[in-house]
Design a protein around this ligand. Sequence first.
Ligand code: UN1
Length: 494
Amino acid sequence: MADLFKNYVGGRWQEAKGGVTFTRNNPANGEQVGVFTKSKPEDVDAAVAAAVEAFTSWRLYPAPKRGEILYRAAQILLDRKEALAREMTEEMGKVLTEARGDVQEAIDMTFYMAGEGRRQYGQTTPSEMRNKFQMAVRRPLGVCGVVTPWNFPLAIPSWKMMPALIAGNTIVFKPASFTSRMGVRLVEILEEAGLPGGVVNLVMGTGAEVGNAIVAHPDVPLVSFTGSNATGTTVAVEGAKCNKRVSLEMGGKNAVIVMDDADLDLATEGILWSAFGTSGQRCTAASRVVVHRSVQRELAERLVARAGGMRLGDGLADTTDIGPIVSERQLGRINDYVKIGQGEGARLAVGGGIARDGELGRGFFHQPTIFDEVDPRMRIAQEEIFGPVTALIPVETLDEAIDVANGVGFGLSASIFTADVNRAFRAMQDIDTGILYVNAGTTGAEIHLPFGGTKGTGNGHREAGTAALDFFTEWQSIYVDYSGKLQRAQIDPV
Ligand code: UN1
């Protein structure tokens, strides 16, 4: 029997209470990746209790010293980068180069937040009164619920956990069931780096049982969630019942605009990378290409030729361009969208099918797919597909391109390819997304700038950068009166 991956609660690796397990298989070939303990709400209760207990001392552990633990964790991540990347590819399918990038993003975030241990700046301002000092300092909130998706199994947990930890919070962490092994690996590394027991607690299982129990728990004042819009909305509604602070990072329907003056070679590269990287399973994926009518045919020809030559396969093989889809269900969902697009009258320019030839039949593979002559109102141009499918939408002007880019319910990322600086600045000014690229695709956010989106993508918070600290801390304003007498603000003369 394979090793059982266990929860980590109060500094101890332990099985969930009911003794039930679940398994995960490699989406490229069906081979078993691991067996994991399956938790119930009681396990969440135990994890929250451990986190509440650990908070009493962790919040007082000096932030620069918390930073030293994170530096050590970052170094271990770096030392194990290759092994972690391989395990990630086996567990969720992304090609090895991209898995390395995912690990690197976690390394970057961990080093970056370690540095924030010496930089949690507050504010001081002069008082209205004499002999009175005042300041505002950041304080941790307590136990943070961290609920993460499978598409960035190390990067996204680190975006949430590292700022939470450096600020002095403790954590109950539920990784996606598909990528629980990566969740275990991250927690093992934090333990090895010297994080005291109870500061991070790992509880594995389903969203319905474990995720909901975290969100509903009265001793968890904050939840950071990345995932689907349907689940995110439930998290917000349930969280609101106990006035929780909730950060939601949800869908995208990101557009690349290609103007008639664009460098088409560059645009082709940017679109292919953003649309088909991670098999399109990124919230930042380019699932729309809004192209100026005069270059549409040429761009489409280039994209179709290149997409048709991309090689599907196991992400560990050097020859693979596109790895598998995470699960059979997701594969079916993606292919359903292809049928919806055809039913709506979009022209299927390349791909469109589930790939089952030879070895591919052992896994969940979808051909890179491009629709042409797409109307911006079609469902394939409005809804998040989360697969290797993109839609070319022809337009006549920059204004129309911006309207189309903005004409969806999401606002995560967008990009424009143009050689005209005026057009680039118009796009920056008028495109309503949290992230915008000029002469690059829609993916590739770096960890030291805010990450997040407008409209249905989120609820106004940002991850990464120093913005992350705004979410994981709250302000305390402190007034110190050293006049030795009662001074009444707004009332007494100075
Ligand atoms: C996500 O898809 O949820 O910018 C995160 C990017 C990556 C992060 C994506 N750095 O595509």
